[in-house]
Design a protein around this ligand. Structure first.
Ligand code: SF4
Length: 578
């Protein structure tokens, strides 16, 4: 059956640039002009996209281009240094012979697999010194990636606990058949009655979102699945995309029928590109089975899905930035209102839902709202997938009904001597032991799914420092409070961690954090200071024990300035120092 989807997505700007980056190892001025011409886009638009996304480069990268995750859970920069040493290459530079380049990237969603990296866009997990040394040999001998050990590229699911969603494997088409007997109003009512709220973190009522979109006056509407889970410590969508793709596509199709859409997009984070082939193949099978495309299940309903792969921009997880990205632009969040449900993709009403939300929606339509609504708490219905990582014996995916306590999760994960837990990633909450009786629920501890455990051996200050660097790097730069503020916060944390801060600097950190939270344009800036604020509130000792002086820091270090004089006079006894 021919697909109704006429837009050829190998021609999407992000895909064309990815191919060019792979082929030429950079995006040259000439390539920008030629791509702009061939896609009939303004040159300035192509240029701004190349500048915006971190997986595109203006200067040539190596034939082996390696990015180590610098996440607190799936990163280990000592391994990066080891590989740099073995290959005699400086970090963030390309070796003179063009063979290799090595750098860092933000969390790649492999926090249940220890240290991980991307090589030419492909994921390698569970790195060790032994693997790094062998890798150096393979690179020096210019061995093709296809001849590297296959086990290095395997990404397991690590499902530790199944619930409503993960134990569900129904026959493709089952939920669509259940849907076919009902009107679009009935379906939206079913979703509303289930109490399903968005699983990306914001928790907006899904049925209400679909209703708003359905009621917006327009001829064309869109469904978008947000599979850009970039929050460090989150990897639950990876498992759903890997093992429940059919259910996800069923959820998208149900949403489309309910709101009156004929087209949908799955926006896949660039770090998950390795799943693209399987996802495309599942889509194709669904087309061939009459579950996607024209006249689905002979019900006179048309709908198809295209996949757009991101290129290393955390901000594209924000729904309006994601829409900009699908529209082949830099992922800068829009001013809202209007909201996507009335003016989204190409200005048309659009539902943007997270992967987990759409998988849940398919289950609700198949089993009815009671299946979902009877689990959880009064404000948080159903189950939640939690990505557990960090210092514990059993990292992986746990599915719980809402209302589980933090301590119960720690016990299941085999965590001991826990100092702190980061709930919801760096944008979420950093909590101490006296909060471990709190519950995972929208009315208590809301989370998109990240659960990072830090035991007593960790230096929390370094963790918070890492998070502040992450936000300074990922700020899109559109608004001043976030662009400047996240850098000020990072610089402040640099100073504290290097032992040069004073109590005054901590006050400045607090003031800046409050300002960035209050004045930023989108959720990234509003939540970027959370870890610093929680750190100062719940773990003040971590900061204070690093202070150089409690009261003041001299602007000028006289003793250090006399070093040259001491060397000239060859005096370095105690009396030559202040
Ligand atoms: Fe961009 Fe940050 Fe402003 Fe959001 S808050 S628009 S990420 S600069």
């Amino acid at each position: 059956m021919p697909s109704l989807y006429q837009h050829n997505h190998s021609e999407h700007l992000l895909h064309v640039l990815f191919e060019e980056q792979q082929k030429s190892l950079h995006i040259s001025e000439t390539a920008i002009s030629s791509i702009a011409n061939s896609l009939n886009l303004p040159r300035s638009q192509v240029e701004s996209v190349v500048e915006f996304y971190s997986f595109f480069h203006r200067q040539p990268r190596g034939r082996f281009d390696i990015l180590f995750s610098n996440c607190t859970c799936c990163g280990d920069l000592s391994l990066m240094k080891r590989l740099c040493d073995r290959l005699n290459v400086e970090a963030d530079k390309t070796r003179a012979d063009g063979l290799v380049s090595i750098g860092q990237t933000s969390c790649i969603g492999m926090c249940d697999h220890d240290a991980s990296m991307l090589i030419n866009g492909v994921t390698i997990t569970s790195l060790s010194t032994k693997i790094i040394d062998r890798m150096a040999e393979l690179i020096e001998s210019e061995t093709s990636l296809s001849l590297w050990p296959g086990s290095w590229f395997q990404v397991g699911n690590n499902i530790r606990k199944e619930g409503l969603l993960l134990s569900e494997f129904f026959e493709p088409g089952s939920a669509l058949k259940a849907m076919a007997e009902r009107s679009h109003d009935d379906i939206i009512e079913e979703i509303t009655a289930s109490g399903l709220k968005g699983r990306g973190g914001a928790g907006f009522a899904t049925g209400m979102k679909w209703r708003f979109c359905r009621d917006a006056a327009a001829d064309t509407r869109y469904v978008i699945c947000n599979a850009d889970e970039g929050e460090p410590g989150t990897f639950k969508d990876r498992i759903l995309l890997n093992s429940h793709a059919d259910t996800l596509f069923e959820g998208m199709t149900i949403c489309a029928r309910s709101i009156g859409a004929t087209r949908g997009y799955l926006y896949l984070r660039g770090e998950y590109r390795y799943m693209l082939e399987n996802l495309e193949s599942t889509l194709q099978q669904r087309r061939e089975s009459g579950l996607l495309g024209n006249n689905i299940l002979d019900q006179g309903f048309d709908f198809d899905i295209a996949i757009v792969v991101g290129a290393g921009a955390y901000i594209c997880g924000e729904e309006s930035a994601l829409i900009e990205s699908i529209e082949e632009k830099a992922g800068i969040p829009r001013i809202r209102p209007p909201f996507p449900v009335t003016q989204g993709l190409w200005g048309q009403p659009t539902v943007v839902n997270n992967v987990e939300t759409l998988v849940a929606a398919a289950g609700i339509v198949l089993h009815g709202h009671h299946w979902f609504e009877t689990a959880g708490t009064w404000q948080s219905k159903g189950s939640k997938l939690i990505s557990v990582s960090g210092d514990c014996g059993r990292p992986g995916i746990y599915e719980y009904v809402f209302g589980i306590t933090v301590q119960e999760i720690l016990d299941d994960a085999g965590a001991e001597n826990v100092q702190a837990v980061q709930i919801g990633g760096p944008a979420g909450r950093l909590i101490a032991a006296d909060h471990f009786s709190h519950r995972i629920a929208f009315e208590d501890l809301a989370t998109g799914g990240s659960f990072m455990i830090f035991d007593e051996s960790r230096d929390l200050l370094e963790i918070i420092h890492n998070f502040s660097s992450f936000f300074a790097h990922e700020s899109c730069g559109f608004c001043t409070p976030c662009r400047v503020g996240t850098t000020l916060l990072k610089n402040g944390m640099d100073k504290v961690c290097s032992g040069h801060a004073t109590a005054h600097d901590l006050d400045e950190l607090s003031r800046t954090a409050a300002l960035v939270s209050r004045r930023s344009h989108c959720g990234l800036g509003m939540t970027a200071p959370n870890a610093i604020r929680d750190g100062l509130k719940y773990f003040p000792d971590c900061f204070e024990k690093r202070l150089l002086h409690k009261e003041m820091e001299p602007e000028f270090n006289l003793d250090a300035s006399l070093e040259e004089a001491r060397q000239l006079t060859r005096r370095d006894d105690a009396e030559a120092h202040l």
